[in-house]
Write a protein that binds this ligand. Structure first.
Ligand code: SAM
Length: 302
């Protein structure tokens, strides 16, 4: 019964026009409770910095492109602080603005001592970097930090000068057929030997709001039912598993450099004891039960 109620709610939401505008209004009315604090971006930023460093792709001096940067440039600011020469942010929709930049800078300023210790920088340097000019424009504040927000990003006309492309909790929101283009477009602008670094949340996102749900509960639903449950595009997740992403990168000629995965507590027993829908019922339990992957993949050296 619960899922029928959800389908009805989602159907209604789908007919509401101007979702972005509504979200902006909601943000204005209720503050940023839908934003940074609920998220794991801070640890996600360090995962990016550290995993890249461990694999010979330290962000220092590099040009980095973030796909699907969302509302708050927390990770991009972290990478700029960690020494990236240029950080370009892009997305499908224009979601970020000066309020988002300020919120991200405030969020990081509150963690300046930890940032200073982990990035081996003086705390004053961090504060100076995060202090935005009171009358600065969004574009100018980004530019003075070596950053840019480019939406849409023209992959066909951009030069092939990107060292690293990364994303954080983005790929799971993209339909499988569009992911092919996202990875293919990335390959067009990455330098030879360039790196893709993608953190992907394979869990049922409904379990973020309802901890009583198993983290792979959504694998019980057939494809048409899941489609109905996801009629609101912002709730959509493709349910692809870790192995699907490994295949995706390899199909585009990328070499997998590192896979860091995390299996959800009780997900193995859930997968073994509950009836999962196709195609998940025929995948190895070990693959189905993974709820997080961070995959690093490299283009062919020139
Ligand atoms: C959950 S948010 C993550 C935002 C940000 N990366 C973070 O970690 O806070 C998912 C993001 O994926 C973006 N997105 C969805 N489909 C996309 C696509 N086809 N290409 C690029 N980004 C996409 C959304 O616009 C949104 O910014």
């Amino acid at each position: 019964m619960m899922w029928q109620v959800q389908v009805a709610k989602n159907t209604l939401k789908t007919f509401l026009p101007f979702q972005n505008r509504l979200r902006q209004l909601k943000r204005g009315m209720f503050g940023r409770s839908d934003g940074i604090l609920e998220s794991n971006v801070y640890s996600g930023g360090f995962d990016q910095i550290e995993l890249l460093r461990e694999n010979g792709a330290d962000v220092r001096g590099r040009t980095v492109l973030e796909v699907g940067c969302g509302w708050y440039p927390v990770i991009p600011l972290m990478l700029a602080l960690a020494g990236a020469r240029r950080v370009i942010m892009t997305d499908v929709d224009r979601l970020m603005d000066m309020d988002g930049l300020r919120a991200a800078a405030d969020f990081l300023r509150a963690r300046k001592d930890d940032l200073a210790r982990r990035l081996e920088l003086p705390p004053e340097e961090i504060t100076r970097f995060l202090d935005l000019a009171p009358d600065g424009t969004f574009e100018a504040e980004l530019a003075s930090r070596g950053m840019a927000y480019i939406v849409p990003f023209d992959y066909d006309r951009a030069s092939r000068d990107i060292d690293i492309i990364f994303s954080h909790t983005v790929f799971e929101h993209i339909p499988r057929e569009i992911l092919e283009d996202v990875v293919g477009d990335g390959c067009k602008v990455l330098k030879p030997g360039g790196i893709m670094s993608h953190g992907i949340d394979h869990s049922d996102h409904r379990s973020h709001r309802d901890p009583s749900l198993n983290k792979i509960d959504f694998l019980r639903f057939s494809a048409p039912v899941w489609k109905m449950l996801c009629l609101n595009p912002h709730d959509y997740t493709n349910r692809l598993r870790h192995s699907h992403y490994v295949d995706l990168f390899q199909r585009h000629g990328l070499e997998i450099v590192q896979e860091r995965t995390f299996q959800g507590e009780s997900c193995v027993s859930f997968a073994q004891t509950r009836s999962l829908a196709p195609p998940f019922d025929s995948l190895p339990v070990d693959d189905v039960a993974k709820v997080w992957s961070h995959i690093l993949a490299r283009t062919e050296p020139g």
